[in-house]
Design a protein around this ligand. Structure first.
Ligand code: TXA
Ligand code: MG
Length: 342
C-alpha cells in the first residue's frame, strides 16, 4: 500500500487533511498521528478487523492490548465502566499522558483488548491527536507507531522508517514533547496501581488518590515474565541493536568506567554540560540532563545508536523513583534487565 503523508502547518489545509484521515479511520484504515508522548498508530476501536490491521502492521503479538484514545474524558463512559476515581484522575490529568484501565463494555471488541475484560482509555493533550479523534467520530485504538520491538517513535521520520507502505496515512505534527509513553494505571476499589510509569508520576497520582502503588514489574522486568498485569510488560521492548550498558555508580566512577571501556564503535549518553568529561563518542541527551530532557531524547538516541551501527551504548543508571522512574523502566528493558554495578 502507498502511505500518504501530511505535515500539519497551521493552515486551512490541515482541516481537509484531518477530515480525510478521520474518514480513513472511520472506514477501517490505519493512520499514524502525533501525541504528546509518542506517535500512535490509529485504527477504529470499534472494529475488530481494523484492530487486527494494527497487529499486522506492527508485527505485534495479538494478546497485547491496545490503548483506546478519546477526545473527551467523559467519552470513556461509552467504552468502560467508569468510577468516581476515574473522574478525579481525569479532572487533574486529562487531557494528558495518563491511561486508565477499567472494566470494558460490550462494544469494545476482543481484538482491541487482547481478549481481556478490561479496556485502557487515554485522552491525549496533543491538539492534532484530538482533532483527528473528533474528525474520526469513533474512539481510536492506538499503540505506539513502531515495529514491534523497536524504540517508540517520537518524530514522523521514525514512523516513516518503521511503517512506510504498511499504513494508509501518516500525519506529521513535529516532535513529541514528552518522548516516553503515557503512565498506565489500573483502578480497582478506589486503589490505583501503576503498570507503566510515565510523565504522570506516583507522587502526582497520590495527590488525587490515597492509595497508589507501583507494580513490581515496572522495576523488575523478570517479574513481568511471570505474572504480567500488563501484557506489554512481558515482551522485549525498546531494544536497539547495540548492547545497552546500564551502569550504576556516581558520576566520577561512571566517567572513569566509560573512558576505560568504551571503544570506537561505542558511545555514551550524556548531557551537553557533561560531554567534555568523556573521551569516547557522546550522544547528547540535552543541556543539563533533567528527567524531562532525558525522556525527550531517549528513543531518538536509541534509534541513532542503530543508525550509527554502534556496538555498545553506556548509560548512567537513573534513580528508580519519582520523575526518573519512567526512564529507568525503559532503560532496564533496553538493557535486557541487566544493571552493571561499578
Ligand atoms: O503514550 C501512549 O500511551 C502511546 C500513545 C500512542 O498514546 N501508546 C502506547 O501504546 O504506548 P502501546 O500499545 O505501545 O502500549 C500500551 C500498553 C501495553 O503495555 C499494554 O499491554 C497495556 O498498555 N495495556 C493496554 N490495555 C491494557 C489492559 N486492558 N490491561 C492491562 N494492560 C493494558
Ligand atoms: Mg509500544
Amino acid at each position: 500500500m502507498k502511505t500518504e503523508y501530511y505535515k500539519i502547518n497551521g493552515s486551512a489545509e490541515d482541516v481537509t487533511a484531518l477530515e480525510k484521515a478521520g474518514e480513513i479511520l472511520r472506514n477501517g484504515g490505519l493512520v499514524a498521528f502525533p501525541t504528546e508522548t509518542v506517535y500512535g498508530l490509529g485504527a477504529s476501536a470499534l472494529s475488530p478487523t481494523a484492530a487486527e490491521k494494527i497487529y499486522a502492521a506492527k508485527g505485534r503479538p495479538s494478546d497485547n492490548p491496545l490503548i483506546v484514545h478519546v477526545a473527551h474524558p467523559e467519552d470513556a463512559d461509552e467504552l468502560a465502566i467508569t468510577s468516581s476515581l476515574y473522574y478525579e484522575l481525569a479532572e487533574r490529568f486529562m487531557p494528558g499522558p495518563l491511561t486508565v484501565i477499567m472494566p470494558k463494555r460490550e462494544c469494545v471488541p476482543d481484538a482491541v483488548t487482547g481478549g481481556l475484560s478490561t479496556v485502557a482509555v487515554r485522552c491525549p493533550e496533543n491538539k492534532t491527536a484530538r482533532r483527528l479523534i473528533l474528525a474520526a467520530g469513533v474512539p481510536v485504538a492506538a499503540p505506539s507507531a513502531n515495529r514491534s520491538g523497536r524504540p517508540s517513535p517520537t518524530s514522523a521520520s521514525h514512523v516513516k522508517l518503521d511503517m512506510d507502505g504498511r499504513i494508509d496515512m501518516l500525519i506529521d505534527g513535529g516532535d513529541c514533547e514528552i518522548g516516553v509513553e503515557s503512565t498506565v494505571v489500573t483502578i480497582v476499589d478506589g486503589r490505583c496501581t501503576v503498570l507503566r510509569p510515565g510523565a504522570v508520576t506516583e507522587g502526582m497520582l497520590s495527590e488525587v488518590c490515597s492509595s497508589v502503588s507501583v507494580d513490581k514489574a515496572v522495576t523488575d522486568p523478570a517479574l513481568a515474565g511471570e505474572h504480567p498485569e500488563s501484557p506489554g510488560m512481558k515482551y522485549k521492548h525498546y531494544a536497539p541493536l547495540a548492547d545497552v550498558i546500564l551502569a550504576e555508580g556516581d558520576l566520577g566512577d561512571f566517567v572513569s568506567y566509560v573512558n576505560e571501556n568504551a571503544g570506537e564503535k561505542d558511545a555514551v549518553f550524556a548531557s551537553r554540560n557533561e560531554s567534555a568529561l568523556f573521551s569516547c563518542r557522546v550522544l547528547e541527551t540535552g543541556e543539563s540532563g533533567t528527567p524531562a530532557e532525558l525522556n525527550h531524547s531517549l528513543y531518538s538516541l536509541l534509534r541513532m545508536a542503530d543508525e550509527l551501527s554502534l556496538e555498545r551504548v553506556y548509560i548512567k543508571c537513573p534513580p528508580r523513583e519519582g520523575e526518573y522512574l519512567a526512564l529507568f523502566n525503559r532503560l532496564i528493558r533496553a538493557a535486557g534487565g541487566k544493571i552493571t554495578k561499578i
